[in-house]
Design a protein around this ligand. Structure first.
Ligand code: BTN
Length: 264
């Protein structure tokens, strides 16, 4: 895989940090966090062919076959507005990168899982230390992963660019496209970013469930607000803005399209 640097265009937030390419590491997020704490510049990219302790959201692990998936972390130092919208920024950038290099259509499951045909192709883990003004954006993207290389319990819900298209894509072109799109969307401004995200919102109008302490709640997803929170309409007519955490799609009966989709 070639070494690349983020090339900011005029007016973009500079992201011209080095790309550190490792053969094997524990977790690229862990390394990027150490580098960020040691004042690595914004745009420093930590990339690994293989992770031995890859981490996912909610304390889960992230496993990817050596050399066949992108596993990278980017150090970002940006203003408060850009930071608040980073989950959406990263998700939109991943969608566009995938679509540039492969014949796929990507959507986002809030806040930042990237789906192809409702199967997860990429996950994003964002870790921030606001008082030190750094954030690490970790991205795991299944590029050439085969069906057999997916964990058995994920085979119905995960995919890769190779599985979705049947064609070879290669990690290098995806990385190039991803760094380019990420720099672009980081500099894009709230309005453009929110409309790009809303156009890819996989949950809009659909019934979702989430946990509020011990309680399981359900409602209809009504898109993201200006701060990137997920707005949910409950059966009691209450609008709730979810700021963080995990939501689950309550699978609808085929043919039973929710009305929210029509009124969008
Ligand atoms: C998720 O659970 O969906 C987020 C997965 C994030 C995985 C990536 S792989 C590169 C980076 N390093 C890690 O340890 N995790 C992230």
């Amino acid at each position: 895989m070639e070494r690349l640097s983020l090339r900011p265009a005029a007016g973009e937030i500079p992201l011209g940090g080095p790309v550190l390419h490792f053969d094997v590491t524990g977790s690229t997020n862990d390394l990027a966090r150490e580098l960020a704490a040691a004042r690595a510049p914004s745009g420093t990219v930590v990339l690994a062919e293989e992770q031995t302790a890859g981490r996912g959201r909610q304390g889960r692990s992230w496993v990817a076959p050596r050399g066949r998936a992108l596993t990278l972390s980017i150090v970002v130092r940006a203003g408060d507005e850009e930071l608040a919208l980073l989950p959406l920024t990263a998700a939109v950038a991943v969608c566009e990168a995938c679509e540039q290099v492969a014949r796929v259509d990507c959507a986002v499951k809030w806040p930042n899982d990237v789906w192809i045909d409702e199967r997860k192709v990429a996950g994003i883990l964002i870790e921030a230390r606001p008082q030190e003004r750094w954030t690490v954006v970790g991205i795991g993207l299944n590029v050439e992963t085969n069906e057999e290389e997916l964990a058995p319990d994920l085979r119905d819900t995960a995919t890769s660019l190779r599985i979705a298209t049947g064609a070879e894509v290669g990690c290098g072109p995806v990385l190039d496209a991803l760094l380019d799109r990420f720099a672009e969307w980081l500099a894009a401004g709230r309005d453009r970013l929110l409309s790009a995200y809303r156009a890819r919102d996989a949950l809009y109008g659909r019934t979702i469930a989430w946990s509020a302490g011990p309680e399981r709640r359900e409602g209809e997803a009504r898109g993201v607000d200006e701060a990137g929170n997920l707005v949910v309409l409950t059966a009691a007519g209450e609008h709730i803005a979810l700021t963080a955490g995990e939501v689950h799609l309550v699978r609808n009966i085929p043919g039973d399209e929710p009305l929210g989709r029509l009124s969008r």
